[in-house]
Design a protein around this ligand. Structure first.
Ligand code: MSP
Length: 499
């Protein structure tokens, strides 16, 4: 079966931060997990390079928007490489095929009679690249108007093309009601339905006050509203408008993975554009929560609490960061992350429990069994352990991952690791060495047999360490092994800068 998974494409107006890393890592874990299950995966990520925010940032830095986009986009590509993100395409909205696709969807919406010229007068947030109704705005501390996301808004008056979003109010509600999985988690679906029921107004979909964007076909003074072209990246990447084998294989997408702040664009505007253009809708939009700084406060440049994923990897390694982010926060909810929590979690679970299980099993085999992995035992406690490990690794973890419940899946897996460690302590193979070496060999063989499904199950999350264990196990029973090397070293909390 084919499985097309996308992340949001990030604005490359600054360096990537831990929130970007979180989305890339979780999508990558899903992509690796689905591939391991034999699915034909296409995984796309990228950068969203047009719009006023990019144009303004470039001006402040004395660069052209194209220069800024290219420089910063490279940092997002580097981040993916550092984190082991196995995307199939990294799309940039400045790519030529993307301009073609954006023009094509525009023309399809126009041909359907959904675009008309008018004048927009209303509020716009450059930071969110979003139009807001007066009734949605809140007041800042100084009495200034703010968007629902807490960003500044400005009054905008402009000649513009409008999209007849109002015509899609009922079709959208019908689609959401008929497809309960379309918007996940459920709480997000309710939020979107309330927004739509509140009434949809036609949407301004072009801008005339700047020119950094995709030109509107037939209207050289207009560039498309950045979200029109940004959302279109999802179909550009699989061959729209030409169609062909890739298109037939992967569209409609299985999941658009996004953060909760951009649900409106994905679950209201995007399906309406697609309906208008006569294109099938994605099967699911899944909105994850936000990572917060220590103490649960929002990360922001002004608070100086923005975590740089590159620094985390230098300090603690890729596996540790990937494991921590998926394990620590219940997927779909917000969660605070910090270095102390990372070190505590990774040391307790990866280093002391799973890593240590692998290391002591392999060391004892290396020292005491002529360095060859023995056969597993057949006693009821041996079989019970292997049953437990198999169920957790091949049923519980996959069932949880299938519904984006990463932390729960890892927890089920961890419980099987704990069971293995309890088994080692109860069987005490070091004592059997003198009293009953045959039984010692069976115990170590049972543990080696348990390690393999455990490592395979966790491979999408911690690819480097889990692969190292699998390599060291080789063929399993009968395999001669080398002196083992620890797959998950213990971490030390890095000293604060300047200390
Ligand atoms: N360019 C738009 C998306 C267009 S998709 C067609 C955008 N870019 S962004 O750079 O602001 O955000 C990219 C993704 O990172 C979004 O899904 C957003 O929710 C996510 N995150 C940004 N900050 C985050 C956290 N603090 N925590 C988790 N995810 C966060 O929006």
């Amino acid at each position: 079966m084919s499985y097309y998974l996308t992340t949001a494409i990030s604005y490359p107006n600054g360096k990537p931060h831990i929130g970007h890393a979180y989305e890339a890592i979780s999508a990558d874990v899903m992509a690796r997990f689905k591939r391991a299950q034999g699915e034909d995966v296409y995984f796309q990520t990228g950068t969203d390079e047009h719009g006023l925010k990019m144009a303004q940032t470039a001006r402040e830095l004395g660069k052209t928007p194209a220069e800024l986009a290219s420089e910063m986009s490279q940092l997002f590509i580097d981040m993916c490489d550092t984190l082991g993100v196995t995307y199939d395409r990294f799309i940039r909205t400045t790519d030529e095929d993307h301009h073609n696709a954006s023009k094509a969807i525009w023309q399809a919406m126009e041909a359907n009679g959904d675009l008309y010229l008018g004048r927009y007068e209303g509020w716009y947030s450059v930071r969110d690249e979003a139009f807001y109704d007066e009734k949605e705005l809140t007041q800042g501390e100084g009495g200034e108007k703010l968007s629902p996301e807490g960003t500044p808004v400005e009054w905008t008056v402009e000649e513009t093309w409008f999209f007849k979003l109002s015509a899609y109010q009922q079709p959208l509600l019908d689609h959401i009601a008929a497809n309960p999985d379309f918007i996940q988690p459920d709480s997000r679906r309710n939020e979107v339905m309330r927004f739509i029921e509140g009434g949809l107004r036609d949407l301004s979909v072009s801008r005339t006050s700047f020119d950094w964007g995709v030109q509107v076909p037939g209207s050289p003074d207009h560039v498309m509203y950045v979200w029109v072209d940004a959302l279109t990246n999802y179909i550009t990447g699989v061959g729209y408008p030409d169609g062909g084998a890739t298109w037939n294989r992967y569209w409609p997408a299985d999941v658009h993975l996004i953060g909760k702040d951009i649900i409106r664009f994905h679950a209201v505007y995007w399906p309406a554009f697609l309906m208008s253009a006569g294109i099938a809708l994605p099967k699911q939009v899944y909105a994850h929560g936000h990572l917060l700084g220590e103490g649960g406060v929002k990360m922001s440049k002004s608070l100086g609490n923005v975590v740089d994923p590159q620094v985390m990897v230098e300090r603690y390694g890729v596996d540790a960061l990937r494991y921590f982010l998926l394990r620590e926060v219940t997927y779909g909810q917000d969660g605070a992350v910090g270095e102390e929590a990372l070190v505590t979690r990774v040391n307790a679970e990866l280093a002391n429990s799973f890593g240590n299980l692998a290391q002591r099993t392999l060391s004892m085999i290396h020292k005491n069994c002529d360095g060859v992995i023995p056969a597993a035992g057949n006693l009821s406690e041996d079989k019970a352990l292997l049953d437990d490990v198999t169920t957790s690794s091949t049923e519980k973890l996959p069932a949880a991952f299938d519904r984006w419940a990463f932390s729960q899946g890892i927890e089920a897996w961890m419980n099987a690791v704990y069971a293995c460690n309890a088994y080692v302590d109860a069987m005490a193979p070091w004592a059997l060495k003198k009293t009953d070496p045959d039984r010692m060999a069976e115990v170590l063989g049972t543990l080696a047999a348990a390690l393999k499904p455990l490592a395979q199950a966790i491979l999408p999350v911690v690819p480097t360490g889990a692969q190292s264990i699998l390599d060291q196990l080789g063929q399993g029973e009968g395999q001669a092994i080398d002196k083992p090397t620890p797959a998950f070293p213990r971490l030390e909390l890095a000293a604060e800068d300047g200390e």
